[in-house]
Design a protein. Structure first.
Length: 454
């Protein structure tokens, strides 16, 4: 590729912030809320026009991983979000009457408002349609200035402490932090383009078959056997009711997608929309409940499971998960299974197995903990090595690949975001290195805010 030398230019610089959070997904919303609640002047930069990330713009239809089979472990701001969803979703509120540890489905419009009110209600400011496009560091290698593109053109922002909640570790990587991307060969988990279908006949749907591929009469098996739907080539199929006659679908895989490569993500979105259409057509053909249904929307954002992970002061491992490890500096507990989606070759191989064989293979891969079992996530996973004024939260925290399969879920992202926001405010108030935060004090504040830290 040819190069271009930028002309020297002076741009406006806003240096009025204590803490700047980049990325308005669940981790970013929690980080900005927690930071502002601690009294820090907090700015949240979001590249789209909506907060919530995968739960809103991405249309992921439910929060999984809130509980360990016996109790809710994702508490604090995460529990606030769960109960706000219950207040606005009557069918979920009814479910809670029989099972108090149920994870919530997601009405994306409701969730947008919940995040808007949570973040701004705490006193944080939000800038939508503001994309991070560069990071300038000081002489010690710490981020000093963020370059942000918006309708104002290019603008500079400065703060005492930065929090990277981009999911892809953009801020950290561009600041020079050490990152790991995908597996040892750079391969990443497949993506999913989520979608919403309305006007589904729920009475007919209840009579079966189940859409999930564990049902041998699922339309997914029929679509695979047909030559009408060439983009349906494997079995991933999950859905959840989000309103009367309205269901969200986390269904299908797009392989070899790199969310840090604009060409790759562009091609995946183009293909994803065609795939979504084929899933809807197949459901209408094979299930009477979908005969009069309508495809409402596909995700504005692609459902990305994996890109970069920061290397922090501690690398959380799959052994920590297996051993239900606790840490003196843990900032939350988690219990979700090891959910690492396989390659195209593995997915195609699964489609040739029997359902019992598939279930056994998935059981061995996911390796769920037992009921009531959970593990800790230490603060040191949020602190990139060698950088004194930067924290990370959400999908890009410091873990090995398998452990990332459990902490990348949105409930845990809310928890790591809340901890990062409090720590950022603490560091900003005392002009402190983020690596030297008093984690006992941090954990005390988290407990006061309802966190589960046994």
């Amino acid at each position: 590729m040819k190069t271009h030398t930028m002309q020297s230019k002076t741009i406006a610089c806003d240096d009025s912030w204590d803490v700047i959070v980049v990325g308005g997904g669940p981790a970013g919303c929690a980080a900005a809320t927690a930071s502002a609640r601690q009294g820090a002047r907090t700015l949240l930069l979001e590249m789209s026009g909506v907060l919530g990330g995968m739960g809103t713009a991405g249309l992921v239809p439910w929060f999984c991983g809130y509980d360990d089979g016996k109790k809710i472990v994702a508490r604090g701001l995460a529990e606030t979000v769960r109960m706000r969803l219950a207040d606005g979703m009557p069918h979920f509120k009814e479910q809670l009457k029989t099972n108090e540890i149920t994870s919530p489905p997601i009405d994306p419009e409701l969730l947008k408002r919940i995040y808007d009110e949570m973040v701004t209600g705490a006193g944080a400011s939000v800038r939508f349609h503001s994309s991070l496009c560069g990071v300038e560091c000081d002489g010690s290698g710490n981020p000093e200035t963020l370059l942000v593109a918006s309708k104002d053109g290019l603008k500079a922002y400065r703060a005492k402490i930065f929090v990277d909640c981009t999911g892809d570790a953009d801020l950290a990587a561009w600041a020079g932090a050490e990152v790991i991307k995908g597996d040892d060969k750079g391969a990443m988990q497949p993506a999913t383009h989520c979608f919403v279908i309305c006007n589904i006949d729920e009475e007919a749907l209840a009579k079966g078959p189940n859409i999930h591929f564990y049902d041998e009469n699922s339309p997914i098996w029929k679509a695979l056997a047909s030559d009408k739907y060439p983009l349906i080539e494997e079995l991933h199929s999950c859905n959840r009711k989000i309103g009367p006659g309205v269901f969200g679908f986390n269904t299908g895989h797009l392989f070899d997608v790199d969310n840090t490569d604009p060409a790759s993500i562009s091609q995946s979105l183009l293909k994803g929309r065609q795939m979504v259409c084929q899933y809807h057509q197949a459901l209408r053909e094979y299930l009477p409940a979908f005969r009069d249904s309508y495809l409402v929307l596909s995700g504005y954002m692609m459902g990305i499971r994996e890109t970069r992970r920061v290397v922090g002061d501690y690398l959380l491992t799959v052994d920590d998960y297996r051993n239900q490890q606790g840490f003196d500096d843990e900032i939350c507990r988690n219990s979700y299974g090891i959910d690492v989606h396989g390659s195209r070759e593995q997915a195609l191989a699964n489609a040739r197995l029997t359902i019992p064989e598939i279930k056994e293979r998935i059981r061995k891969i996911v390796r769920r903990l037992g009921a009531g079992e959970n593990f800790g996530v230490p603060y040191r996973c949020l602190t990139p090595r060698g950088i004194s004024n930067l924290l990370v939260a959400g999908r890009c925290i410091s873990t090995d690949r398998e452990a990332n399969g459990t902490v990348r879920i949105m409930a845990c992202c809310l928890n790591t975001g809340e901890a990062a926001g409090i720590a950022a405010a603490m560091a900003a108030a005392d002009a402190m290195d983020v690596h030297k935060i008093d984690t006992d004090a941090l954990r005390s504040i988290l407990r006061q805010n309802g966190a589960y830290l046994p």
